[in-house]
Design a protein around this ligand. Structure first.
Ligand code: SF4
Length: 301
């Protein structure tokens, strides 16, 4: 299993265990950082600790991570899923790593639910920055994807006053204001964040920037880009609904031919024609067993 390599840089001696040659002599290389991050591992651990044998007695609010295979596995272990609190009258509700707005805590309390909070501490930091900036009178701008649940939660903590921008064009359209406070989605691309911030700099005379991109994201993106520049083909593994996996795939595609897959079942033999080196990376919500399976399959090609 790959458990011990995740959430840390793969040490050199260990890399040799995951660096192999396929039957055709093709090199298969894993990125230095890939797979489950600290926040996801923590959330899954918390969910498992709160599993229940009684059907529906313990549920996450929304999928625990953006990975359908993991959600299914947790369901088998006694952790269900509800889309909103209306679907839960009693029992334990688990807040996933993306976090939620303050009103969800209040609603859970009013319903008498046992709330277990698995919000990632890095997301919590972004939420608190959003809250503090708005309370101090800054117009909060969240740099991130409008529909992403984590961004929605950061928005809620700004007392719903923040403006969310995802592109440079949207940043240009932000109204000038006396005080501007900028926070970021934790999984946003560092380089795109910088470009967007550049567009915001002339919007106010007083600007406070909270770069709340988490280290796990930076590390995975840098390692993926580095590997993508050295191989002929990149495989990026993770949920198609996972923002950070999709971002990894976009970044790798700038360097070489890239496929975003969810499982080994999607691999196609023709992808490997005339390929000498394959790189593998995976989003922060991709379970180790899926990475291992893809790695094994590539070595058989
Ligand atoms: S990517 Fe970063 S912020 Fe998001 S859950 Fe993982 S550690 Fe937390």
């Amino acid at each position: 299993m790959l458990y011990y390599v995740l959430d840390c840089k793969v040490p050199l001696w260990m890399q040799s265990r995951f660096f192999g040659y396929g039957d055709s002599g093709m090199e298969v290389i894993l990125a230095d950082y890939l797979g489950f991050c600290y926040g996801v591992k923590r959330a899954i651990k918390i969910a498992r600790e709160n599993a229940s044998e009684e059907d529906g007695a313990s549920c996450t609010l929304g999928p625990i991570i953006h990975n359908p295979q993991m959600v299914e596995r947790l369901k088998e272990e006694g952790v269900g899923m509800v889309e909103d609190l209306d679907g839960m009258e009693k029992g334990t509700i688990i807040i996933r790593s993306h976090g939620v707005g303050p009103q969800v805590y209040e609603a859970a309390e009013q319903k008498g639910l046992n709330l277990v909070d698995a919000t990632c501490p890095h997301v919590r930091k972004a939420q608190q920055a959003s809250k503090m900036l708005s309370e101090e009178g800054y117009q909060v701008v969240i740099v991130g994807e409008k529909e992403h649940p984590e961004v929605r939660s950061i928005f809620e903590w700004s007392a719903q006053t923040a403006v969310i921008v995802e592109t440079e064009e949207e940043a240009e359209a932000v109204e000038p204001c006396p005080r501007l406070g900028i926070v970021s989605q934790t999984t946003f691309s560092g380089s795109r964040f910088k470009e967007i911030v550049m567009k915001l700099l002339d919007k106010s005379r007083e600007i406070k920037i909270e770069r709340t991109i988490c280290t796990a994201t930076d590390q995975r993106q840098a390692a993926a880009m580095d590997l993508a520049s050295k191989v002929d083909l990149m495989l990026v593994i993770g949920g198609k609904n996972s923002a950070n996996t999709t971002r990894l795939a976009q970044l790798c595609a700038e360097k070489c031919k890239t496929y975003h897959i969810e499982t080994a079942a999607e691999l196609k033999s023709q992808w490997f024609d005339k390929i000498e080196k394959i790189g593998i990376t995976a989003g922060a919500s991709t379970p180790d067993w899926i990475i291992e399976e893809v790695h094994k399959q590539c070595q058989k090609k």
